[in-house]
Each structure stands twice: as structure tokens, then as C-alpha cells.
Design a protein around this ligand. Structure first.
Ligand code: ZN
Length: 336
């Protein structure tokens, strides 16, 4: 099925050109849910929406693997309307839901995988959400988080409560955050069984075997500004070593956890990723990657439109307006 008109393609060629002025749209996805989920935020991507996105992209853009796209960006040989697809964190639905849709359209993607949660782990946000989903309690005393006593009502109420709790814990120091989430899990008493949300080792291996790119994303997903530089280095190195053991190849591209320049990571982390020998890194700042960008702070984009034409127009507008993405500024050194 074709969604796009020749006019839209022509506009795309003009708004997202190739060659020396090449522009690369790097799209970010996290989960691709089998069904819409009332407990997750409104910009969630489910299988239907993702399939719409991929059909529109396959129809109107040229999808390249991220390593190949970055090589061609720097060589000035990018095709017009170039897109690279990325997925962060290592969710199992990337394998079970997204991969078949990608393959149906013969699209390739990069998966930035946190090794610390593979198999049976849960990331802190999912501990909170899944605890609230399963709890049979009528309220939770969250005074210790400054949130007072909160009623556990219907899914809508639980979604709002999850949002409040995540806002309260997200920027806690890493260990405190882990402890706070474990405490919420225990208080909510959701039963022994934790759902499996992340990929298994075998699924990561299989993604790589299917020709997908595996990228690094730290072992435990700390916000880098919240941990010491030494701890950040250890976490990144551990992630890269475990991924290398898993897929038999060393990941060359890194995605900063949470990814907001200045707020979540600083230039010392950009330098760290460079020093560790990665060839490029992506943030979550919105924008379009061009030759002028710092290859260690490439912007991405994450629209969640349902209408394919709106989706494509939003990508093209980003290609025009996103040329000055936010970056963590380089610190002046005594040698400067
Ligand atoms: Zn992440």
C-alpha cells in the first residue's frame, strides 16, 4: 500500500537532500507494544502505529544501517531522504513485535542494548509501572517520597500515579533510585512473578544474526551526570565487553542513557566515549544529523503520529528546522 504522493517525495528530496548537504534522520524507538497499554504514556508506540510508520518510511525514505549512514554522511554520499532506525534499552517486544515488521519491509535498524537487564531484569520505570499494574492494594503511603498517601484506582489513576512516582525518583542518585523502586515494588505487593520485558541473550544474538546492528547503551542505564566519571566508564566498558561476548563483535556506536545533553550527560562523557574508541554516539536531543554535527552527539527524532502523511511531514519539517540540535558544550581546557 502506498501512502505518499510523488509531490511528498519531491518535497522530501528538497527538504532532506543527499550528497554533500546530506541530512540524516535518526529515529528513536523504545518499546513497540503488541497492543495499546492504558498504563503507559500517550506517546507509546504499538504494533499498528509502528507498522504504519515503517510502511510510510519504506515508501518515502531510504533506510540505511546507522554505521553505513554515518560513513556516507561524512563521505558526502548520503542518498536523499536518508533515515536510520534505532531502538533503545533492549526491550523484548523489539524482537517479538518490531523485528517481523522491519523484516516485512526489508528494513535494518540499530538496537542500543543495556546488558544489566537482559533476561529477567526490569528497568526502574518498569518496576514502578508493573508494580502499580498488579497491585491489589487500595492505596500506597508514599510520604517518604514526598507524595503522601496515594489511592490505587483504575488504570487511568494508576497511570497518573506512575507518572508522579517516576518524576520523583528519576533523578535520584542511582543507588537511591534502585532502592526506592524496590521499596515501591514491595509496598505494592504485586506478587512474586515479575514479567519478562527485556530481551534474552539469545534474542540479542539472533538480532545480530539477522543483520541488525547492536549498539552500546551502558550496563545499568545510569544518568551519567548522576554518577562519577569512573563509575560511568566502568558501566560503559562492562556493557561493551558483555555485548562483544554475546554477539562476537564489538559495538562501535553508543547511545547516552536518557540522552538529554547537559541535563543527562556532559562533555566529559562525550570525551569518555571518544577515548573508549567508539566511532559515534547519539543523544535524545531532537534534530537532524548533518556533517556539521558532533559525531559523538548526534541528534535523533521521535514523532508518534498515527497518520502516515503527518508522520512524513513531521520528519521533513525536522530535517529543515532541526539543524541546530542542543549539544553538551565543549569545556574550555587549559590548553585552549
Ligand atoms: Zn535508554
Amino acid at each position: 500500500m502506498t501512502f505518499t504522493s510523488p509531490l511528498l517525495r519531491a518535497a522530501g528530496r528538497f527538504m532532506s537532500p543527499g550528497g554533500g548537504d546530506g541530512k540524516l534522520t535518526i529515529l528513536t524507538y523504545h518499546r513497540v507494544l503488541p497492543e495499546p497499554d492504558a498504563l503507559l504514556n500517550r506517546d507509546q508506540i504499538d504494533a499498528t502505529k509502528f507498522a504504519t510508520h515503517m510502511a510510510a518510511i519504506a515508501d518515502c525514505f531510504t533506510v540505511l544501517s546507522l554505521p553505513q549512514a554515518l560513513e556516507r554522511l561524512s563521505a558526502g554520499t548520503l542518498p536523499p531522504r536518508a533515515v536510520a532506525l534505532t531502538f533503545d534499552d533492549g526491550y523484548q517486544d523489539n524482537f517479538t513485535v518490531a523485528l517481523p515488521i522491519l523484516q516485512r519491509h526489508r528494513l535494518t535498524a540499530t538496537f542500543f542494548v543495556c546488558t544489566g537487564y537482559l533476561n529477567d531484569g526490569l528497568m526502574f520505570n518498569d518496576i514502578v509501572t508493573e508494580a502499580l499494574r498488579r497491585s491489589t492494594k487500595s492505596d500506597l503511603d508514599l510520604s517518604w517520597l514526598g507524595l503522601g498517601v496515594q489511592a490505587l484506582s483504575d488504570m487511568q489513576g494508576r497511570r497518573e500515579l506512575a507518572f508522579k512516582i517516576l518524576g520523583a525518583v528519576k533523578y535520584l542518585p542511582f543507588t537511591e533510585r534502585e532502592l526506592a523502586c524496590a521499596r515501591i515494588w514491595d509496598m505494592a505487593d504485586p506478587g512474586q512473578h515479575r514479567p519478562r520485558l527485556m530481551m534474552t541473550d539469545d534474542q540479542v544474538r539472533e538480532l545480530a544474526a539477522q543483520g541488525m546492528t547492536i549498539g552500546a547503551h551502558t550496563h545499568t542505564h545510569p544518568i551519567l551526570n548522576q554518577v562519577s566519571l569512573e563509575a560511568a566508564r566502568e558501566d560503559v566498558e562492562k556493557n561493551r565487553r558483555l555485548l562483544t561476548e554475546l554477539i562476537g563483535e564489538t559495538p562501535t556506536i553508543f547511545a547516552y542513557p536518557n540522552g538529554r545533553p547537559i541535563c543527562d550527560y556532559g562533555y566529559q562523557h562525550v570525551q569518555l566515549i571518544k577515548d573508549l574508541g567508539f566511532s559515534a554516539a547519539v543523544s535524545t536531543a531532537w534534530g537532524i544529523a548533518t556533517k556539521a554535527c558532533d559525531p559523538y552527539q548526534l541528534p535523533r527524532f521521535a514523532p508518534w503520529d498515527t497518520n502516515p502523511r503527518h508522520f512524513i511531514m513531521r520528519l521533513l519539517k525536522n530535517a529543515v528546522k532541526g539543524q541546530r540540535p542542543t549539544v553538551a558544550p565543549r569545556m574550555a581546557s587549559p590548553d585552549d
